[in-house]
Design a protein. Structure first.
Length: 172
């Protein structure tokens, strides 16, 4: 960077350490070094349990990201047993200086991965009918309308699940 940049403290925030203030931004945003490759057998055990269906919005200047220069927001629908971790994983693909980030705006919990998968698929089908699919799990549209559809599909599914459990236990 050819221009000197100096960080300053924001009122009420903790003091910035001197070594950070004097460090050029180029050194802070230096290339990362990945781990060395490892070889050999790997094992994992996947256990079913609570899973969430989530809705994320891509924040930042997105108007020129898609063909057609859409003025609508871009959303991602998915499922995970840890939506906040998933948000962090997705954002790790952007450079630290990027002006775009995925932001988790909604998530609904379900008792198992199969149910969450079914709700995710139903949600993607509904979104494809009412909004513009950008391929895969990505959609564009107005935030309020997409959030409303997300809530409607998840709530309908939860009522169906709760109703089935109630019938199984002889309750109404």
């Amino acid at each position: 960077m050819s221009h000197p940049v100096e960080e300053v403290q924001v009122y009420g925030e903790p003091t910035i350490p001197e070594e950070v203030i004097k460090a050029p931004l180029a050194s802070i945003w230096s290339p990362s070094k990945g781990p060395r490759p490892t070889f050999g057998e790997r094992k994992s055990n996947h256990v079913d349990g609570e899973n969430c269906v989530y809705l994320m919005e891509l924040e930042g200047l997105t108007d020129r990201l898609l063909a057609g220069n859409s003025t609508h927001s871009i959303f991602k629908v998915g499922r995970s047993n840890a939506p906040k971790r998933r948000e962090d994983e997705l954002n790790s693909g952007f450079p630290p200086s990027a002006l775009k980030r995925w932001r988790l705006i909604r998530s609904e919990k379900f008792t198992d991965a199969d149910t969450a998968h079914d709700v995710e698929e139903e949600l993607k089908t509904e979104l494809d009918v009412e909004f513009r699919s950008e391929g895969g799990e990505f959609f564009s549209g107005r935030k309020r309308e997409i959030e409303s559809l997300f809530s409607r599909v998840c709530t309908q599914r939860m009522h169906a699940i709760l109703g089935a459990e109630g019938k199984a236990f002889g309750t109404k």
